[in-house]
Design a protein around this ligand. Sequence first.
Ligand code: ADP
Ligand code: MG
Length: 739
Amino acid sequence: MTDTSLETSLVKILGGRTASAIEKAFGYTSVAQLLSHYPRRYASKGELTALAHLPKGETVTIVAEVRDVRERSMRNKRGSIFEVKITDGTGILTLTFFNQSWRAKELHVGTRAIFSGKVSEYRGSYQLTHPMYELFDDHETDADNKASRFVDTPIPIYPATGTVTSWSLQRSIKLIFESLPSDLTTIPDPVPLQVRLEESMLTHGQALKQIHQPQATGEWEAARDALRFQEAFLLQTALLERRAALAQQAATPRPPREGGILQRFDSQLSFTLTDDQRAVGQQITDDLSGSHPMNRLVQGEVGSGKTLVALRAMLQVAESGGQAALLAPTEVLASQHLRSIVRTLGPDLAAELAPVLITGQIGAAERKRAMLAVASGGSRIVIGTHALMSDKMQFFDLGLVVVDEQHRFGVEQREALRAKAQTAPHTVVLTATPIPRTVAMTVFGDLDVSTIRQLPAGRAGITSHVVPLADKPGWINRAWVRVSEELQQGRQAFVVCPAISPPEESAPITQLPELEAGAEVLAESAEEAQGEVKVKLATVEETLAMLHEHPLFVDTPIAGLHGAMPGEEKDATMQAFAAGEIKLLVATTVIEVGVDVPNASTMVVLNADRFGVSQLHQLRGRVGRGSVPGLCLFVTEAPAATTARERVDAVASTLDGFELAQVDLELRREGDVLGTSQAGGKSSLKLLRVVRDSAIIEHARSLAQSVLDEDPTLAGHGFLREAIDSRLDDETREFLGKS
Ligand code: ADP
Ligand code: MG
């Protein structure tokens, strides 16, 4: 009998050298970790892999046939070069070996092998220098024709590195299976038996075996399906469990009162709520009246009036003396929220509820006063940045936490604020990024979701245009003319730049211009991503200087706004822009979220292709918010038919955020979509793709729900319990809350 299990350390089975190479390359130390390193794809011995599109600089694994071998001596030195040309029918690649003429014994014309190495370029053609390879034995001609029997066995091709190759992984995994119990069904399976039978799926052990050592294509397909389902099932079980735990907590009911604050507010409102605002408002009213905490995500199109929905929830909580805290991602946004909330409340309600602002940048005396008002209960509406989470911050009776623009905050932060209440507070999370249903289910699986699709009536709409400088360099002037025309009509405009200031002249080539804190600027090419070319991005500084000099804007009050400015200055600039004193604002993505200046009609986005799809959509949402029609000009140097250009074209072609969210998902990789801290951790989402696998996720969720219905603590499902508690890595556990 063997005592190897999934927990066994790799050293024990593979020995120190191999184990440490694997740990260094991938960080794996246990059998379970290595076995969850799934093949990237499968090759068959008959398959020819495209040599035509080799990625330069990357380590590749290819199946090919030797077409030509020759040996020559080196020109200037002693020694020989053994050169092998291999082909897969789509292209030819040269393998180069220095002083290894003995290779001629292994590599003959017609030999087939699996080769691995790093692609480099020499005199205009691609080559692998000293590649590793493993020969196929298909020249064997035994009587029983072993070769032909195995010719269709899929060969797993693993994500590999220069030191740990695909087939060394294959060999290590083979050793592991040799030492595991031969009856693989004894390997603990987190998916409960009844579920597995219902789905007629492989057991965990069988699936691991077949994904690594399939005898036929159908085998790895079945294994992949089982493991993919398992990921979805584990994640959904964990999320549903957390949701149930939250729902069990007691909360103070905060019902609305006849003739109370909320009703007074509604009756003085200068506009009527949209149907969606009304419907979501009703859900929130009901949730707040209950004795368990509300945990609700309100997602809605940019400008759909989510803040108003949140404010009404705050008023309902204030009804009974409770306090609401609104957490905003930036200073600019927090102080704008304060101003607009005070304005919307009107003088009487504002005096009664005494909204205060708490951020890291306000003066010490003022902050002390504000904190006192919060601790005494005198202030019932508290607006702030992460400063709200400081230890010194105390609430008198925190009843509601509103998190604006959730994608900027981790769950830990939401939790830190919630922890300031005596009893669990109600929570509303607002997000402007429309999220496809299954993503919401996966990322926010612990929240109920409400959606606001309608925009308030009377919006004049936004027109978007691409300004393609690659084909039409002169159009940049027309863009500035359009801006000045808008300004002449008394309107205001934004110019958005990806960077703040240019790098020093003498700076090394790898230095980027100064970017907005947390900003992600997409690279144009692999060379650029690796810092091998100098990046020319529009900066706030240079653009500001250029526009100051520009004949069209001689009398125009222009200002710059970016995250590196002191808080007071940012605030003053934003207020001056809101008041119409500044006409043209040159900014970074600090204005991306929430900024609400209805008179701003026009936006020019420079280097638009450097922004992500949803970021562009968010940015555009800053114009066309009032009764003046919006105009958005996306300036790009990206040539037509590149992915960069596709992103910009997509945003220009529609105003529908839900459609764009879908496009965004298609153009990005999964990790970018969920964010590493939200992806459920590296170890738990390997095969699952939230968009493609939406049906699997939904199905897994309903099965997870029925398991939890019968066994809420999973006491009778030990392996599932264990898998949830231990297999999810730290990041995931943080995401799921430590409860
Ligand atoms: P977002 O959903 O992007 O946060 P806001 O809450 O900032 O949107 O609302 C955008 C603007 O629309 C604000 O000026 C707000 O006062 C206004 N607004 C909200 N609801 C309505 C409505 N029902 N009718 C007209 N204007 C509204
Ligand atoms: Mg908002």
